[in-house]
Design a protein around this ligand. Structure first.
Ligand code: GDP
Length: 214
């Protein structure tokens, strides 16, 4: 997995569009949906709240390549302390979100990481730990240092955000996107295997996410 705080440069073949799946994980009410909606505010495509996950797509232009990010939000499934297996399937990246004013949510993010580790090989998925609600600094229960140290110990990317103030929200998604493109460039550029990049117009049809209730 990527180093905490790193901002890797994309290293891809020019002109390609990659499709990657990003899942959001974390306690209820830490701000997952708010982060996505903040990020998507002008480019929002679809929400499917009735089937247990919300699904968004965003095409990001990242220099010589572009990335179609499929963003999956749990839409409340985490209230039952789990999300279904299909939610993880084919994920290329995960945001582990906690609320900096709730220590329990920080511990829960660590448990979500264990869930991810059961599903994926080390380094298979780009994982970023995200401490949200920095605007509530006076109520802070998790220090920046605690978050950073945990992320470093697990080789995760790490950032703190405020969806409310739009602080570092696009940076989170852009950093993950850069890391995904970097890895895609390293892996080669025409794979269509499960969980890897699909190059548009050069292979089988682009895989679409299946939502959990299906
Ligand atoms: P989810 O259950 O993790 O998807 O969390 P939501 O996005 O539904 O947010 C839960 C609550 O936290 C809502 O009342 C949001 O308005 C609030 N919230 C989300 N992000 C922030 C933030 O950065 N700062 C503050 N102060 N509140 C936030």
């Amino acid at each position: 997995m990527a180093q905490a705080g790193g901002l890797p440069q994309a290293n891809t073949t020019s002109g390609q569009t990659y499709v990657k799946k990003l899942v959001l994980l974390g306690n209820s009410s830490v701000g997952k949906t708010s982060l996505v909606l903040r990020y998507m505010r002008e480019n929002f495509r679809s929400i499917l709240p009735t089937v247990g996950c919300a699904f968004f797509t965003k095409v990001m232009d990242l220099g010589s390549s572009s990335l179609k990010l499929e963003i999956w939000d749990t839409a409340g499934q985490e209230k039952y302390h789990s999300v279904c297996h299909l939610y993880f399937r084919g994920a290329n990246a995960a945001l582990l979100v906690y609320d900096i004013t709730r220590k329990d949510s920080f511990h829960k993010a660590q448990q979500w990481l264990e869930e991810l580790e059961k599903e994926f090989q080390p380094g298979e998925v780009v994982v970023m730990l995200v401490g949200n609600k920095t605007d509530l600094g006076e109520e802070r229960e998790v220090t920046f240092q605690e978050g950073k140290e945990f992320a470093e110990s697990k080789n995760l990317l790490f950032m703190e955000t405020s969806a409310k103030l739009n602080y570092q929200v696009s940076e989170v998604f852009n950093t993950v996107a850069q890391e995904l493109l970097q890895r895609a460039g390293e892996e080669g550029n025409s794979s269509s295997q499960e969980g890897e990049a699909v190059v548009l117009n050069q292979g089988p049809a682009v895989r679409r996410g299946q939502c959990c209730a299906r």
